[in-house]
Design a protein around this ligand. Structure first.
Ligand code: GAR
Length: 196
């Protein structure tokens, strides 16, 4: 049976693209049944449409409470009956009003190692820490999202990335994204196969 995925994005959607390509090419035994974005300008919406996947924008209105938005979002997502909800560059914290609807079914990607640089701009912050001589490597992790912790939860996979002498931020960023695309697809496959 094909695993049904709903992917949540907020921006470029290069990781969404990696998932779409892996599904289309048969590397991932899954189907993206809907893509949701909280940002209307997210390029990932174009990627979803080009792949023939429903692309839905749900911005958070100013007068709606966080938990009410999450309950609304959960209702829309549930409509697509996902086996898993993938946070691929979803830059908004989800409360239990969302998470409780999909227990053990929400998976997040974060461009840093467990416990390091949670939140936004993790790649830039890791790079700055390297420049300051504080770290010599960073990485990428894929983890379950059981509760409202920021980029925190049971780790499914990590890959460490060493900084390279004289490397500019742009080059490091590119390497991080390359690792993300590979690690996310590989980890999802292992999860769907019950290997992790
Ligand atoms: C990725 O680097 C992802 O790990 C990060 O946002 C980027 C989205 O890129 N997520 C976080 O920082 C979560 N805290 P994309 O839109 O090109 O997939």
């Amino acid at each position: 049976m094909t695993t049904r995925l709903v992917v949540l994005i907020s921006g470029n959607g290069s990781n969404l693209q990696a998932i779409l390509d892996a599904c289309a090419g048969g590397a991932l035994p899954a189907r993206v049944v809907a893509v949701f974005s909280n940002k209307a300008e997210a390029y990932g919406l174009v990627r979803a449409s080009q792949a023939g996947v429903p692309a839905i924008v749900l911005p958070q209105a100013k007068d709606i409470h966080r938990r009410d938005y999450d309950a609304l979002l959960a209702g829309h997502v549930a409509h697509y009956r996902p086996d898993y909800v993938i946070l691929a560059g979803w830059m908004r914290l989800l409360t239990s009003a969302f998470l409780e609807r999909f227990p053990q079914r929400v998976i997040n990607l974060h461009p840093a190692l467990p416990g390091a640089f949670p939140g936004t701009r993790a790649i830039e912050r890791a790079y700055a820490a390297w420049q300051a001589g504080e770290i010599d490597r960073s990485g990428v992790m894929v983890h379950l999202v059981p509760d409202e912790g920021v980029d925190d939860g049971p780790v499914l996979a990590i890959e460490k990335i060493r900084f390279q002498q004289g490397e500019f931020l742009e080059a490091f960023e590119k390497r991080v994204h390359q690792v993300e695309h590979r690690l996310l697809v590989r980890t999802l496959k292992q999860v769907f196969q019950g290997k992790i």
